[in-house]
Design a protein around this ligand. Structure first.
Ligand code: ARG
Length: 458
């Protein structure tokens, strides 16, 4: 007999049981479901809705059910549909009919919203920790590479040299905003929907704030219809997760490029790469590729959830059971990616000489020659044209700016003097960008110091 079987005259079709059940995936919520029930039953006793000794019996029963589920000793069945009814059934098996008092003044609709919030609340804390670890790894690489110069690119064409530390710190900044977004979303997650009942509240004199306090929520989701029917906190998480994995995916793409024979800028540690079943020489950056690939699935979960919610009338609709798998999948995917990225970045070998060679064999100091002429009072547009001519000449001669003699330079502009050779060296070019947030060594050091302080105090 189903917990809700009273008004039915026939058993449920087996395919319906199978199709509508969520137990295969929502058992992930078991511990949160029981945590919520413990708070609820305590409140029922405190408000004198059920006798204190019944509440005690139910609490003991719930704790024993929790232990059995944890140990894999409890039988969770599709016939009992979801984690909420499975737990209630196990409780009644454990303590008898008194277990049936647990669901007084409560619906699965407010219960499932509560479980989702409890799960997300815990998981957000873990995500922030993982993001901080990754920031720590990027900072370690930044500190070790304050003198490492590589070409900075636009359009994937060499543009202007930058410090590798500066490049690492760009990602530290992106992940900092990701942390901020998760922390900000926490306050909207951290509200209790319990007490909303099925949709309209309950006739029992419950104390919603008692339960909220017990469960360490900041307060309640006030409107009962809103409390059971919105999943904007799930969408917000999926959206924040999408931004984070987008950042990871861009970093992945750079690692894939940098570890190719064409770039040879980094070598990922063997422990974070895989080989080929056929080609003995291969060492593939699979982790980075897979994170880049999984980004599609994470975006898909966001669009899926938004689309599920889009046409739903208030309040609960069974469609909303579709809120879970995408959320769990995104959470696992993101946690997995972050847990791997921190040690992969930390152990990555940075090939400073190859980076430097790429800077030397290129025209990424051309802007500095133009700026030099501007400092000699030539209008920038004219300086740009002169340097364009110089670059063209060098390309034809198969040489670079620093290969030009003083006479060559004078041939293009009499404003150029001996000091040009100092101005055009990679170190000088980098250090000339001495503005807030620029790539000059002292400015990058500033960013590192600030990031260190933020990470320490968080
Ligand atoms: N398994 C359901 C879900 O995840 C729980 C809520 C069901 N409520 C209902 N009235 N059928 O959404």
């Amino acid at each position: 007999m189903k917990l809700w079987g009273g008004r039915f005259t026939k058993p449920t079709n087996e395919l319906v049981d199978e199709y509508t059940a969520s137990i295969s995936f929502d058992q992930k919520l078991a511990q949160y479901d029981i945590q919520g029930s413990l708070a609820h039953v305590e409140m029922l006793a405190a408000c004198e809705i059920i006798p204190a000794e019944d509440a005690e019996t139910i609490k003991k029963g719930l704790i024993s059910v929790a232990a059995k589920i944890e140990a894999g000793e409890a039988e969770l069945t599709e016939a009992n549909e979801d984690i909420h009814m499975n737990v209630e059934k196990l409780l009644i098996d454990e303590v008898g009919a008194v277990g049936g008092k647990l669901h007084t003044g409560r619906s699965r609709n407010d219960q499932v919203a509560l479980d989702m919030r409890l799960y997300l609340r815990d998981s957000l804390v873990t995500l922030v920790e993982l993001l901080s670890n990754l920031q720590g790894a990027l900072l370690t690489q930044a500190k070790a590479n304050l003198d490492t110069i590589l070409p900075g690119y636009t359009h994937l064409q060499r543009a202007q040299p930058v410090l590798f530390a500066h490049h690492m710190m760009a990602y530290v900044s992106m992940f900092e905003r990701d942390v901020e977004r998760l922390c900000d979303s926490f306050k909207r997650v951290n509200r209790s929907p319990l007490g909303a009942g099925a949709l309209a509240g309950t006739t029992f004199p419950i104390d919603r704030h008692y339960v909220a306090d017990k469960l360490n929520f900041d307060g309640v989701v006030e409107n009962s219809l809103d409390a059971v029917s919105d999943r904007d906190f799930v969408v917000e998480f999926l959206s924040n997760a999408s931004l984070t994995i987008m950042h990871l995916s861009r970093l992945s793409e750079e690692l894939v490029q940098w570890s190719s024979a064409e770039f040879k800028f980094v070598e990922l540690d063997d422990a974070f790469c895989t080989g080929s079943s056929m080609m003995p020489q291969k060492k593939n950056p699979d982790v980075a590729e897979l994170v880049r690939g999984k980004t599609g699935r994470v975006y898909g979960n966001l669009i899926g959830m938004l689309t599920t919610l889009k046409g739903l009338p208030i309040a609960y609709n069974k469609d909303m059971q579709e809120d879970k798998e995408g959320m769990f999948d995104t959470m696992e995917t993101l946690k997995g990616a972050l847990a791997l990225f921190a040690p992969m970045i930390e152990t990555m070998e940075v090939k400073k000489d190859n980076m430097y060679a790429a800077v030397a064999e290129d025209f990424s100091n051309a802007t500095d020659l133009a700026d030099y002429l501007v400092n000699k009072d030539l209008p920038f547009r004219e300086a740009h044209a002169v340097v364009g001519q110089v670059v063209l000449h060098c390309i034809q001669e198969n040489i670079y700016l620093l290969d030009l003699s003083m006479d060559d330079f004078k041939g293009f502009s009499s404003l150029i003097d001996e000091d040009i050779y100092d101005v055009l060296s990679p170190e000088a070019v980098v250090n000339a960008r001495d503005v807030v947030g620029g790539t000059a060594k002292n400015r990058v050091q500033e960013q590192i110091t600030q990031a260190d302080q933020r990470l320490e105090t968080s």
